[in-house]
Write a protein that binds this ligand. Structure first.
Ligand SMILES: Cc1cc2nc3c(=O)[nH]c(=O)nc-3n(C[C@H](O)[C@H](O)[C@H](O)COP(=O)(O)OP(=O)(O)OC[C@H]3O[C@@H](n4cnc5c(N)ncnc54)[C@H](O)[C@@H]3O)c2cc1C
Ligand code: SF4
Length: 500
């Protein structure tokens, strides 16, 4: 019997489960498929990141003594078929992909003439089975409950069975608006090496639709670089991670955020090592608990929870559309050319880097898509295309669930909908905008305002059963019919005229 391992582009860890399942240095194959990256458009830097990281990882495996075949091909199945035949592979092992469509594709391979074994994925703290066991015991799938269970299970920031500091959650200290001059730490980037430069040339030569600037490409592409980013984050950003977690400032693209998701999502970093590094720094350097807990909550809570939910929900989850929103995606989402300064800033940053931080994603991009009634599937497709860290498992839950509430509240307790008031409070974007965040109607009115009230009005019968919405629906009830009619008209006109 000859075993061979196929390593996918988001499984770049020497201890990944399929490699670990083999006792010897078995033949390994890695494939860049052109067909796969044409199934939807991608950000150019995403392609450079994944392909360069794959090529670097192939080199590392060779140094470890693995015979690695690396193919640039049209599809996956043809090179696999040839390799299986040439190496007389009788069993192909693949670590179960994170993304369900990829697993389904592998299960349909008919031409390989060898046994295909999917080895359970070990890139998350909670396996799919463990999350399912947790979820089945629950009436509601609340992230906070899951996160606490994780803290207990992995003994992170715990004193016996109690949370360190006597409290599980320090969010109240972590929502500060950006007032005055903030001394944001500089960002750590890397110069592309020869392998990355080759990939950049290759990506530039591709003739199918892609988005975003390919250069300057400054992301890390190896585990060693990912570890440097982690170390740099722990030293320079983690101590102050909490207070301005939700703040947005023009020209400050990453603030105190870790920028670790691109590396975590392709296996260059593992969640437990990231969490433990943060916890160790807390104990060694007596850092503020609100920052440490705030960060650990993201990785141990939100990230694991989103992955677990993705595998737990029904197969029709990607098609969910609770509000029945059908407006098409405005063209400016692809170009950044809009007079709305908040969207302009975030979208142009995205085109430059492939990155936006959580509140830019949630409270600017998806908030606008939600209140303007854009089709959830069009929005999900766009997010997937534009972000350097986008994968099906993290996109479905974050966009369909958290961002757009298109799942009707499976994972969020209320829609993350907000008017221009929120953006004005949490950013400096409104200062440079032609619109006025304080006006609801009229030529200068901030579109976030009329869309917000129009959204509440359109969906008041659905929203009245969301307990946390009753306060704001009370405001809507008190609004005059006259003003409400102008708001409705202005929202309708915006779509008809395709304003930006
Ligand atoms: C509409 C929308 C789309 C998103 N799309 C993606 C995506 O394509 N890929 C992605 O990895 N994350 C996505 N997120 C989650 C989150 O915004 C990003 O993980 C985070 O902004 C990445 O930047 P960072 O590494 O600097 O994060 P930090 O703010 O430093 O947070 C630390 C880590 O926590 C994890 N994390 C925090 N929140 C989440 C979450 N909701 N889901 C999953 N992981 C989380 C990430 O691994 C992140 O690296 C999305 C969120 C929203 C609301
Ligand atoms: S005024 Fe409205 S559109 Fe302009 S930046 Fe502020 S929230 Fe965005």
């Amino acid at each position: 019997m000859t075993i061979g391992v196929w390593i996918l582009g988001d499984q770049l860890w020497i201890e990944q489960a399929a490699l670990q399942s083999c006792q010897d240095k078995v033949p390994v194959i890695m494939i860049e498929s052109l067909h796969h990256v044409q199934e939807r458009p991608y950000h150019r830097q995403k392609l450079v990141l994944v392909w360069s990281a794959m090529r670097h990882f192939a080199e590392e495996l060779r140094e470890f003594g693995y015979p690695v075949t690396y193919k640039l091909a049209e599809d996956f199945e043809t090179p696999l078929q040839e390799w299986v035949k040439e190496n007389q592979i009788t069993e192909l092992r693949v670590m179960t992909p994170n993304d369900k469509p990829f697993t389904q594709m592998i299960e349909k391979f008919a031409s390989l003439h060898c046994k295909i074994t999917l080895i359970p994925n070990n890139h998350f703290l909670w396996s799919v089975e463990e999350f399912t066991t947790w979820a089945k015991r629950r009436k509601r799938l609340i992230m906070e409950d899951f996160y606490r269970e994780g803290r207990r299970r992995f003994q992170i920031l715990m004193e016996g069975d109690k949370p360190v500091g006597g409290q599980w959650n320090f969010d109240k200290q972590n929502r500060q608006p950006p007032k005055g001059k903030l001394n944001t730490p500089s960002t750590k980037w890397f110069e592309p090496d020869e392998i990355t430069q080759d990939v950049i040339v290759h990506v530039k030569s591709l003739s199918f639709p892609l988005y975003g600037d390919v250069e300057p490409f400054r992301w890390g592409v190896t585990r060693s670089q990912a570890l440097q980013i982690l170390d740099w984050f722990i030293k320079n950003r983690l101590p102050e991670f909490g207070p301005y977690q939700d703040a947005m400032v023009t020209g400050e693209e990453t603030m105190w955020h870790s920028m670790l998701s691109p590396y975590l999502n392709i296996g260059l970093l593992q969640p437990l090592e990231v969490i433990q590094a943060a916890e160790k720094a807390y104990h060694q350097n007596q850092l503020s608990l609100n920052s440490i807990e705030g960060f650990i909550r993201q990785v141990m809570g939100w990230r694991e929870y989103m992955h677990g939910i993705y595998h737990f929900v029904s197969a029709d989850y990607p098609e969910k559309n609770w509000f029945n929103h059908t407006q098409p995606l405005p063209e400016f989402f692809w170009t950044g050319e809009t007079k709305m300064n908040c969207l302009h800033q975030v979208l142009t940053q995205l085109l430059r880097t492939g990155y936006a931080h959580h509140i830019q994603r949630l409270m600017v991009l998806s908030n606008f898509a939600l209140i303007a009634g854009l089709s959830p599937q069009a929005v999900e497709n766009w997010f997937h295309a534009m972000f350097i860290d986008a994968y099906d498992w993290v996109m479905q839950t974050n966009v369909i669930g958290m961002g757009l509430f298109a799942d009707g509240g499976i994972l969020a307790s209320k829609p993350y909908a907000a008017s221009g008031n929120y953006v004005n409070k949490m950013s400096d974007y409104c200062k440079g905008c032609v619109y006025n965040p304080k006006e609801r109607v009229g030529k200068n009115a901030c579109p976030f305002n009329f869309f917000y009230w129009d959204f509440l009005d359109r969906h008041r019968s659905q929203l009245q059963f969301q307990g946390r919405m009753s306060f704001i629906l009370g405001h809507l009830e008190r609004m005059s019919q006259e003003e409400l009619e102008i708001i409705r008209q202005q929202a309708r006109d915006w779509h008809v005229q395709r304003l930006g």
